[in-house]
Structure formats: structure tokens, C-alpha cells
Design a protein around this ligand. Structure first.
Ligand code: UT7
Length: 335
């Protein structure tokens, strides 16, 4: 009998830049306060990538180097690399190609995937299909974003939210019960009016006017995004639990996108999960967009055990959202 090949995460690497942007420093830049940010969003500080010539790919490359070292993988063994990203180094070529170059990965094909804050989730599930088909054996999935490159630090409604970071996972075929089991992914372009960057694309190429009008930054209408995020992320996570008869007891972890503490809490509550089962690092990193989910896995890796039932959930610009169910494939840290 043929056993089904699943794709399992076999290692995690991560990188956050050194510079810490605190609520105190932000309060000197815009009219805000630590109290407002902590109550409405739940962020204490975020990391910022400083330095001339430093881009998303530099963080992604650091995460991939660590991943290769931790999984004892030679660069030439990697046969595919997907990068989830909304702040690519350049509009083209793909940041995936730049990361591969910087990490000496030369036998892989790769591309970027932009699904807003759901980019990593969509990229992970796409990569899993290549592994499950048997065509690819060592696939690197990166989530990396330099959000500070598109944040307007005069706009108090968006600048406290975002931070920079990158993390990456290795996907490999396994024949047992572990690995990625199911994903439910959704998009609805009707939501694009509430969260986007107005200029810099083919609709509005850069001009003096677009720069003066500050259109090369994140535009967000917070409240509709919040409402959609709370309902869609919770719905799709609860649906995943029901589809696989998972309970608050049998589920080991929820890995939620880190956009707002209140969205995370509402999702966990709908799933009946206690706070101890939810990975939360928004206080320290803010919303790193494509990097939130793998950065959580990176930080919690030492606590994870083979067979742990884990649900990843995200919501982002597009709108895009989804949940992914996997059984973790190894015990503790890979050093
Ligand atoms: O990852 C992609 C998905 N993105 C998200 O999930 C973000 C979803 N949205 C949110 O998380 C929230 O909507 C925000 C955190 C963006 C905003 O929180 P909110 O509770 O929806 O606040 P609001 O926009 O309704 O603003 C409430 C008040 C306003 O003042 P008035 O009009 O009531 O006088 C704002 O001007 O808070 C004011 N405000 C601030 N005050 C101090 C907005 N930003 C700030 C600030 N400091 N930084």
C-alpha cells in the first residue's frame, strides 16, 4: 500500500535586527503614549533594520543561514525556496532569488509570494504541495519583511504597529503521521480598499506628486481591518478544529498572526484556548507581517514536541486569511 507523503517542518531559523524602537521613542515622534499603544494594540517595542544598503533579503539570508546550520543542510541540497514578503528589496527580481544568492543556494528554483500578512501561510502551503508530490525534497520557506521601509513615521495610527524581522523553515517529506495535514486559505479582493500602498506600482508609478502626497506608505483604515480580522481568523481556526475534531485539550498550540493583542485574544477565546497555549511575541516585535508566524515557531521551538497538534492562523491585506493544521515532527531545539 502506498503511504501518503506529508511535508513536515524539520527546522526553524530566525533573525531580528538589534535596534529596539520603544513606545517611549515613538511618543517623541508622534502624539501617542505607551498606555494607548499597550491598551489598543499590545506592543511594547519593535525591531528596526538600520543601515544604508540593508534590506529585507539581508534579514531573510540571516534566517536561512541559521536554518541551514541547524538542520545540517548544505546550500546545494536545497531544491526550492519561496519567500513570503510584502516589502521586497526591489519590485523585481524576487527577494527569494536575492536570499538564495546571499546564502549560496544555487540548485533551487524560487519566487516571492505576496498575500499581505498571510504571505507565510500561503507560501508554506504552496511549498507543502511540492513536497507532497514527491518532486521536491528540501524546501525552504522564508517570511521576511522590512516594514519600516513603508511605515509613515508621522502617522500615529500605523507607525506603532509594525516592526522588521525574518524567519525560515525547512520542509521535508515524511511518511508517518506528522507534518502538514490541512489548510484552509481564503482571499477577498473587496477588502483591498481598507489596506494597501497607493503608489509605487503600475497603477501609480512614483512621481513627485505621489511622494509629496505620502502615497508610498501603508494606508490602513484600522477599524474595518480589525473587524474582518477578528471574525475571519477566528472562524477559519474554529472550522479547522471542527473538521479534525480537535479540542482545546488536544490542540497543543495556536500560532496566530501578531497584528493586535485584541485580535489574538478574541481568536483564542473563540477556540476555547487558554493563554498558555497561544504563542504571543507581539509585545517585543510588533507586526512583522510575513515573519510573525515563523518567528513564533523559532522562539517556541525548544518547547515543541513531536506529535504536537498546532494550528497556524493569519489575516492580512487583500484581504487574505486562513488556517493551517500540522503535527510537529521533532522534539525541542535543533542547535
Ligand atoms: O496585519 C494586517 C492586519 N492589520 C490589522 O489587523 C490591524 C487591525 N486594526 C487595529 O489593530 C486597530 O484598528 C488599530 C490598532 C489600527 C487602531 O485601534 P482602534 O482601537 O481601532 O483605534 P481607532 O482607529 O478607532 O482610533 C481611536 C482613537 C482616535 O481618536 P478619536 O477620533 O477617538 O479622538 C484616534 O485618532 O485613537 C486615536 N489614535 C491614537 N491615539 C494615541 C489613533 N492612533 C493613536 C495613537 N496614539 N498611536
Amino acid at each position: 500500500m502506498m503511504t501518503k507523503i506529508r511535508a513536515a517542518i524539520t527546522g526553524v531559523g530566525g533573525y531580528v535586527p538589534d535596534y529596539v524602537l520603544t513606545n517611549e521613542e515613538l511618543s517623541k515622534m508622534v502624539d501617542t503614549s505607551d498606555e494607548w499603544i499597550m491598551t489598543r494594540i499590545g506592543i511594547k517595542e519593535r525591531r528596526i533594520l538600520k543601515g544604508e544598503g540593508k534590506a529585507t533579503s539581508d534579514m531573510g539570508a540571516e534566517a536561512v543561514k541559521q536554518l541551514l546550520a541547524k538542520t545540517n543542510t548544505l546550500p546545494e541540497e536545497v531544491d526550492m525556496l519561496i519567500c513570503g514578503v510584502v516589502t521586497p528589496d526591489m519590485l523585481f527580481p524576487a527577494t527569494a532569488n536575492i536570499i538564495a544568492d546571499k546564502t549560496n543556494i544555487r540548485n533551487a528554483f524560487g519566487f516571492d509570494m505576496n498575500a499581505g500578512c498571510s504571505s507565510f501561510l500561503f507560501a508554506l502551503n504552496t511549498a507543502a504541495k511540492f513536497v507532497e508530490s514527491g518532486s521536491h525534497k528540501k524546501v525552504v520557506v522564508v517570511g521576511a519583511d522590512k516594514m519600516s521601509s513603508i511605515v509613515d513615521y508621522t502617522d500615529r495610527a500605523t507607525c506603532p504597529i509594525f516592526g522588521d524581522g525574518a524567519a525560515a523553515v525547512m520542509l521535508e517529506p515524511v511518511s508517518g503521521e506528522d507534518g502538514i495535514i490541512d489548510a484552509m486559505l481564503h482571499s477577498d479582493g473587496i477588502g483591498r480598499v481598507h489596506l494597501h500602498q497607493k503608489a509605487g506600482g503600475s497603477l501609480q508609478p512614483p512621481t513627485h506628486h505621489t511622494i509629496e502626497a505620502r502615497q508610498h506608505y501603508i494606508y490602513q483604515e484600522g477599524q474595518p481591518v480589525f473587524k474582518w480580522a477578528v471574525s475571519k481568523m477566528a472562524d477559519v481556526s474554529v472550522e479547522m478544529m471542527q473538521r479534525h475534531e480537535l479540542t482545546a485539550d488536544s490542540l497543543a498550540w495556536l500560532v496566530p498572526h501578531q497584528a493586535n493583542m485584541r485580535i489574538i485574544e478574541a481568536t483564542a477565546q473563540r477556540m476555547g484556548l487558554s493563554r498558555e497555549k497561544v504563542m504571543i511575541n507581539i509585545q517585543r516585535y510588533g507586526n512583522t507581517t510575513s515573519a510573525t508566524l515563523p518567528l513564533c515557531l523559532w522562539e517556541w521551538e525548544s518547547q515543541l514536541k513531536k506529535g504536537d497538534n498546532i494550528i497556524l492562523a493569519a489575516f492580512g491585506a487583500g484581504f487574505t486569511w486562513g488556517s493551517l493544521y500540522l503535527r510537529w515532527a521533532y522534539d525541542g531545539d535543533k542547535i
